[in-house]
Write a protein that binds this ligand. Sequence first.
Ligand SMILES: [Zn+2]
Length: 398
Amino acid sequence: MCVLVFLCEFWYNVFVMKLSRRDVLKISGVGFVAMSMLPRVAFASRNSVLSLRTGVQPNGKTRLVIETSGRPSYDISYPQNQLVISLANTSVGGVSPKLSGDTLIKNLTQVQNGDKLNIVADLRRSIAPIDKSQVMILSPNGDNEYRLVFDFVAGASNTVSNGTTASVANQPAKKYVIVIDAGHGGKDPGCIGKGGTREKVVVLSVAKKLKKELDAIGFKTYLTRSGDTFLKLAERAEIAEKRHADLFLSLHANANPSRSTKGYSVYTLSEKASDEEAQKLAETENAVDKIGVSGFSEFSKEIRVALSALQQRAVAELSEEYAADCARAMDNASIDRLPGPSIRHAPFAVLRSTVPGALIELGHLSNAAEEKLLKSDTHQNKLVRAIVKSVKNYNFDV
Ligand SMILES: [Zn+2]
């Protein structure tokens, strides 16, 4: 009986509630075949849980996200070393929780209790009651349905809002902040194409277009530079910190001694470069500030203090996720990719912050055909559309 209810519920979730692709992939092939043979059962107005996930916020807080098909109504209780969220008029879904290893949550179980569904989180350490100001109910957007979001830390401080994660329930979804960094500027032209196109000009043009598009769909964006000005790399990273950015995008264009080399590439920060090419690129991009490429020791002191090992991992994971979205969107838009891995890693100074992000080399100015493209409005718009898509796909919640 239990199994039947579970499968029917899942069938309902998949085909009526449009379960996310990620959740559907969790179903084993056998389960899926069994499900599809069952008749469709209507579960009227009952709310259901579509996904459960945990993660670490860049500020170190544990985040628990419960995605539901309808607006959730909830109560919280705190039995010993547990956090229990009781969802009214909700039935158990077939979703398995997606747990990140570094949070305060050891384990998540779903327990049906009459018409209530209890989400029981086993905690590694005890927590103080979570103030309502630390709980968000986000309305559906893009691929997400309603999300009930809890942010908390161990110990006794879940009552004070720090302004970065708190939002009162029933308020509209948080506006995500994106800092767009047009590389180089002022005395530093970046690389220069054979036809004289300067990297600093191309990337500023793309950055401005990108800002306009992202603002138009509800993001809050800032440019590190809006004119032909010189900024140190650390200053660019600090702008992202000061703005409490959710995502940092650094735009560049590449050059290669081989004129036939072309294509975009996406990079995230790592202590070691993924390949010789990436290492060389980091050296070139860092050269303006004469910053070594030896890794995390090059973080500014304040940032080093702020960046615990835990946060570094969280930022790295989120950056990887974004970079994958970005490469996919560029590929889907049929923009040429530099042969090799879709995401590369290198110790870029500009990415050294607590904000997840990526450095995007939009193409090669050293390639005559691509230099022409990079100058053109049509191609710049194509690049912007792909990046906008990647930002929309990026999961800002966890
Ligand atoms: Zn550059």
